[in-house]
Design a protein around this ligand. Sequence first.
Ligand SMILES: Nc1ncnc2c1ncn2[C@@H]1O[C@H](COP(=O)(O)OP(=O)(O)O)[C@@H](O)[C@H]1O
Ligand SMILES: [Mg+2]
Length: 358
Amino acid sequence: MNFEAVLAGLPDAVIAVDTELRVVFWNSAAEVLAERSARRAEGRLLKEVFPGDASIVRRLAETLASGESRSEAEALIERADRREVPVSLVTAALFGKDGNVGGAVAVLRDLSRIRQLEAEVRRGETLASAGRMAVGLAHEIRNPLGAIRGAVQLLARELASEPRLTEYTTVLTSEVDRVNRIIEMLLNLARPVPVRPVPLNLHQLLERVALLTEEGARDKRIAIVRRYDPSLPPILGDEDRLVQVFHNLVRNAMDAMKPGGTLTLATKVSLNPLFGKMDLGGGGARTMVEAHVIDEGSGIPAAARAKIFDPFFTTKDHGLGLGLAICHQILEQHRGAIHVDSEEGRGTTVTCFLPIAR
Ligand SMILES: Nc1ncnc2c1ncn2[C@@H]1O[C@H](COP(=O)(O)OP(=O)(O)O)[C@@H](O)[C@H]1O
Ligand SMILES: [Mg+2]
């Protein structure tokens, strides 16, 4: 039995050190997790590979000193690009023939995918409960609002000869209409319009969105770059609803950017291990495509990242905070997914996963 080959092929990262905390073994899952090759890790001190105060360094040192195992349900590992990945961590001592501690091993499991799935589920639940509340509220508000609108129209007719006053009735009407539109959106969130998916050319759809965006982009001197995969298969989607999704995403991207940057629309067949294949019901997994909206904007601060899909979460003076909640819902109706990757100060990439038409 070749134990080294077994360890090398394990899906969990395995890192072994000698008594000096020098890396003596680093399997391929560790290469993927830490984004560092075995060649660049083996032979080096662990605290040259990770920060000296990292959990993995501390726990392995404790295990070497005590001969006892240590575990952490959720620790963080810093990658070469300084991004942190949540992991579970277990250490154990390796004993030599003389019975003394001759080294230690750490086994790390990447928790980021599980965390992503949990976030997806939580997001759906928040939306559902906000939606239920919205329905109740909307019914209470819609009727009085209708009465107000009617009364304002009567008033406008009475005041037709006084242009100074009809200015006020015009403002009243347009504000009442704005509140009505917000309520419409809320009701849609609570009781979504059913989607009617048909085979679609995703690039034509994105071009429709680009056309809607052109003027705003020109005003802000933002260049729209296309990086379309020419061999992309047709997707299964509801055109109007998806235009709404990408329109929201592109608007957010432009809102986040200073004049002069580039906004990229990109597509490809997904190879994502988590969302690259999805079950649409009726058995069998379907291949997904990815559509990316990439901006060079302000990015999303880490503290806001968990909230951006919540209804009414906005950082804008005149924002409603419903855009991403609606995008999430529409993608869920398509049995797809939406995923946001952002780096503060550098920009944001939003990825939509959509099923191919087969
Ligand atoms: N591309 C982006 N870049 C930076 N921040 C973003 C981006 N997209 C969304 N956000 C953040 O998420 C929040 C919620 O977005 P959204 O649901 O579309 O509502 P709104 O655009 O009305 O604020 C925004 O206020 C902003 O803080
Ligand atoms: Mg928005």
